[in-house]
Design a protein around this ligand. Structure first.
Ligand code: SAH
Length: 228
């Protein structure tokens, strides 16, 4: 298995997204932290339209399931061709199929993946899913973002990209760019203290007095006490 060698190097994380709806990613990728992360060269995202790889004269990518049943299934040809083309660009990347049947995406799993890889190929399914032969031949593992069924893999891919990008040193700004270890410990902390910002009083609701002063030991004590 390919492993990242230098954990502290300012490596770039690369995502290849295989989708039939590339436009769905526009708002998500072009705002806020992910926009900045791409601009600063911390992450790189390439969208591949599965339909472009279809050899069907109508650019069809799906068909009815063998054995009957509801819905449509992605045919193998466009996905095989698309994955094989993308693998040329990202030979070390695991091919991940976003699927409700997959392993659950957790913070721990995200950190493990971040330790082992800096390139990912993500397949976004639709309808009833994709032909099993694609999974058997080319998919490294299936990944679920939770126990519910989405209508497409795009939202799941966005969640994955968001979670993974935050682990790239520099993406969250200087404050966060500690060593890999303290970085991960910090993110693993499930508990959070309450946050307040200006104004000190809003509609009669006051910010706790201790937070307004500069006594850092007292503030730390207050925050520890209010961890939830
Ligand atoms: N019939 C399938 C569901 C397909 S949902 C089944 O029962 O397993 C359509 C697509 O949405 C899937 O191909 C997958 O890419 C995506 N998807 C749905 N729920 C998801 C989840 N919880 N996590 C990740 N991807 C999901």
């Amino acid at each position: 298995m390919y492993c990242k060698t230098d954990l502290n190097s300012s490596s770039i994380m690369q995502f290849h997204i295989l989708t039939i709806f590339p436009e769905m990613f526009q708002g998500f990728l072009n705002e806020s932290i992910l926009k900045k992360a791409q601009g600063n060269g911390h992450i790189n995202i390439t969208l591949h339209n599965i339909r472009d790889f279809s050899k069907d004269k109508h650019k069809k990518v799906d068909d009815t399931p063998y054995g009957g049943g509801a819905g449509m299934v992605f045919t193998p040809q466009p996905l095989f061709d698309c994955i094989e083309a993308v693998k040329q660009e990202a030979p070390e990347a695991p091919v991940i199929y976003l699927s409700p049947k997959g392993r659950r995406l957790t913070q721990t799993r995200a950190e493990r993946l971040n330790t082992n890889f800096d390139q990912f190929i993500l397949i976004c399914g639709h309808y009833e899913g994709i032909d099993q032969r694609v999974i058997d031949a080319l998919v490294a593992f299936e990944l679920s973002i939770g126990d519910y069924v989405l209508s497409g893999g795009e939202l799941a891919a966005m969640v994955f990209i968001d979670v993974m990008s935050r682990l790239v040193p520099g993406v969250l700004g200087n404050v966060e760019s500690h060593t890999e270890e303290s970085f991960s410990k910090k993110l693993n902390r499930k508990k959070e203290y309450p946050h307040y910002t200006k104004p000190a009083e809003f509609r009669g609701m006051k910010v706790p007095e201790v937070l307004l002063g500069g006594n850092h030991a007292e503030i730390e004590k207050w925050r520890r006490k209010h961890l939830k």
